[in-house]
Write a protein that binds this ligand. Structure first.
Ligand SMILES: *Cc1c(COP(=O)(O)O)cnc(C)c1O
Ligand SMILES: [Zn+2]
Length: 412
């Protein structure tokens, strides 16, 4: 990899050769991939992208830690739409808002970006099997992307994972281990099993390549905005791998001269599980929390990527906002009603945070904001119904329809 220098521990600074199965530092710290920006600058420009016909995350290869001859993954991951969200902006009293709908990835979440990367790195490592533990989406995306590449998977999920996501796993042919315990318990069990059987490890933070896949979301956002830098990018945060990756992408673009300033991040967590935001708010080291939120994808009491995530939020002079489950459900309705975008609870949490930050007066209404919808609502139908309720039920007659309209205050 001519564009990559080495992997560097974010805790102690120790450097490692960036091999395909590089994991964590001996000190326990997580590794960050360090690039040769002079090399990238000399081989990749905005004009190259203009000419690119690769409509997936692999259009950013020179920014990615993969071998030049590594084949991309079969499923189309990335290049999700960036919508200008004027209806929603008007309701929120915000001047300019964009929605990046990453629920439109092949397995319907942003996690596909990390899983596609994991599949490529597993192949480079010569691995025959990939494993991970996940709150749901990392699992379903790994299962789907690996299935397409013909690689078997072992997947550990907490038993509370929504049925839609578990159905995806089964359909994609993964060996699924549903763990009767928390995400923390699930993670530890997967770790022990991975050590025992030597599977390729697609666990957030342990594998430093995953956030490199996830960073393509901000590479895309900036390209889709024609390199006009927004003021803020809002994301929901669980393990912290996504927000760390988003920041890495922005810093890459800056270092390679594609953009001339950096946006600020908005880190949004659920009030019932916000160890990272709490650490920033109280200026103390992060402490584990219970996993008290219906937004299962960000119900992470022990964040695996805390160091990188906290660093990203701080470096970007970011905002931190916590939202309640009711605010998350309200954001599901709001995004659906105003923009036709259906997100899962964690998928809309960033948008719920934008709304709250405006109400609190910590976000300037004149700002340009991009809110990333990280997962599709059909993955978690139960919470969709919880957010929006059941429809009226009528017998098939006009009389009954009129009565039902009257009862519901509907006057067509
Ligand atoms: C995983 C996930 C997140 C959070 O990403 P982390 O890397 O865990 O912080 C947010 N939304 C959805 C839908 C996810 O699946
Ligand atoms: Zn270290």
């Amino acid at each position: 990899m001519k564009n990559v220098k080495y992997a560097k521990c974010v805790k102690c600074g120790k450097e490692y050769e960036a091999t395909p199965n590089t994991t964590t530092c001996t000190c326990g710290g997580i590794l960050d991939i360090v690039y040769d920006y002079d090399y990238i600058k000399a081989h990749f420009t905005r004009d190259d992208l203009e000419r690119s016909q690769e409509w997936s995350m692999w259009r950013y290869r020179p920014f990615l830690p993969v071998e030049a001859d590594s084949a991309p993954t079969p499923l189309r991951v990335g290049w999700s739409p960036l919508y200008r969200a004027d209806n929603l902006a008007r309701e929120l009293g915000l001047k300019t808002l964009y929605i990046k709908d990453d629920g439109q990835n092949p397995t319907a979440s942003l996690k596909d970006r990390a899983s596609a990367m994991a599949v490529v790195k597993a192949r480079e490592a010569g691995a025959h099997t990939i494993a991970c533990s996940s709150t749901g989406n990392a699992a379903s995306s790994l299962a789907g992307n690996a299935a397409a590449a013909g690689i078997p998977t072992y997947i550990f999920v907490p038993s509370r994972a929504p049925k839609g996501k578990v159905a995806q796993l089964r359909i994609f042919g993964a060996t699924v281990i549903s763990v009767d315990g928390s995400y923390e318990d699930t993670f530890e069990l997967s770790k022990a099993a991975i050590e025992k059987w030597g599977w390729y490890n697609r666990n957030a933070a342990i594998n430093p390549y995953l956030s490199e896949g996830k960073k393509t979301v901000t590479l895309e956002i900036l390209e889709q905005l024609h390199w006009k830098v927004p003021d803020f990018i809002a994301l929901s945060v669980g393990d912290g791998c996504t927000i760390a990756g988003a920041w890495k992408g922005l810093k890459d673009l800056y270092a390679a001269g594609f953009i001339d300033r950096l946006p600020r991040l908005i880190s949004v967590q659920a009030e019932g599980c916000c160890p990272l935001n709490r650490a920033i708010m109280t200026a103390t080291p992060w402490q584990p929390m219970e996993e008290n939120t219906l937004a299962d994808s960000i119900a992470v009491g022990v964040p695996r990527n805390a160091d990188k995530a906290l660093q990203a939020i701080e470096e970007s002079d970011g905002l931190v906002v916590n939202v309640t489950d009711d605010e998350i459900l309200a954001a599901m309705r709001l995004l659906g009603r105003t923009q036709g975008v259906f997100g899962e609870p964690a998928g809309v949490t960033g948008t719920a945070g934008v709304k709250k930050a405006l109400e609190r007066g910590i976000l300037d209404p004149d700002a340009t904001v991009v809110s990333v919808v990280t997962g599709n609502g059909l993955k978690d139908v139960a919470n969709g119904i919880k957010a929006a309720g059941e429809p009226m039920l009528v017998r098939p007659s006009m009389d009954e329809l009129l009565k039902a309209f009257d009862a519901n205050g509907i006057h067509p």
